[in-house]
Design a protein around this ligand. Sequence first.
Ligand SMILES: *[C@@H]1O[C@H](CO)[C@@H](O)[C@H](O)[C@H]1NC(C)=O
Length: 340
Amino acid sequence: MFAQIAVGIVGGFLVWAYLSMKPAPPKICGSPDGPPVTSPRVKLSDGRYLAYKEAGVSKEQAKYKIILIHGFDSSKDMILPISQDLINELQIYLLSFDRAGYGESDPYPKRSVKTEAYDIQELADKLHIGPKFHIFGISMGAYPVWGCLKYIPHRLSGVALVVPFVHYWWPCLPAELSKHSLRKLLVQDQWVFRVAHYTPWLLNWWMTQKWFPSLSIMEGKTDILSSQDLEILKQLSGVLNDGQEKVRQQGLYESLYRDILAGYVQWEFDPTDIADPFPNKEGSVHLWQGYEDRIIPFEINRYISEKLPWIRYHEVPDAGHLLTFNGSLCESIVRELLTA
Ligand SMILES: *[C@@H]1O[C@H](CO)[C@@H](O)[C@H](O)[C@H]1NC(C)=O
């Protein structure tokens, strides 16, 4: 009798645990129960759709073509605060897209550093923007940039890693540096990244359970913003969230959690293994980091830049994680990327 009850309890617990670990199925855009398709999309060779947005001058007329890679919980509708004057002066064509699972792009359970790079290449080819293009990756959108540097360097004319994502388990990092940098984050955020890295199958449960706090940014906590970030948020209130209602519409798992997983699983390579993509100085790679950034601790990006002398490291003393949204800084970043 006792054994039967015990088996029942354990069995019930396992079923509950299994159900809460298993993510809800995504609501695919354009499917009968899913959100509508409202943006142009390209069909990739594996049948998935990627939604995109073009801005600036036309691609035929452009002197420079930039593919913008958005960060966590963002989309192709993010605003890059650069003036029309700069766009006209440098004849810039801007292409942004919803990374797989975000907005109106199909989810991709195999999403990784590598697949994101090949998605970018295929998008460029489907839109015929030419053999080479610039890439501009922001925050979490930097792991696709590392993927491009590794897998499609011959397609790049220049690279900007802006407040780029860091991986606390890159083997190239000294253990002390990783540990120290990870511990600068809020404890609840440290645990999200640890769960994603060590027990990815548990992440859905971790993000949905109510016993422990999970990712601070999703709880609307502002502890992780610097005073400069708060200033920028105040100035941009409303503008920053253009199209925000569509970002997670296909489900949290395939948009946000999958992004964390793709970033924090074990990589196939280390950034420090990457060779200079421009040995003949035909382009440049820039890394922009705010010293006051509390989401991405500067120490790791500074270290990587020291190890890779072909990266031009720009550390902005009084800027935080949202430095991309400071118009004057953003213009400097674009100008450096294209002309320096
Ligand atoms: C934007 O950047 C400029 C140049 O670094 C700085 O002077 C200005 O204070 C910044 N603005 C905000 C709101 O942080």
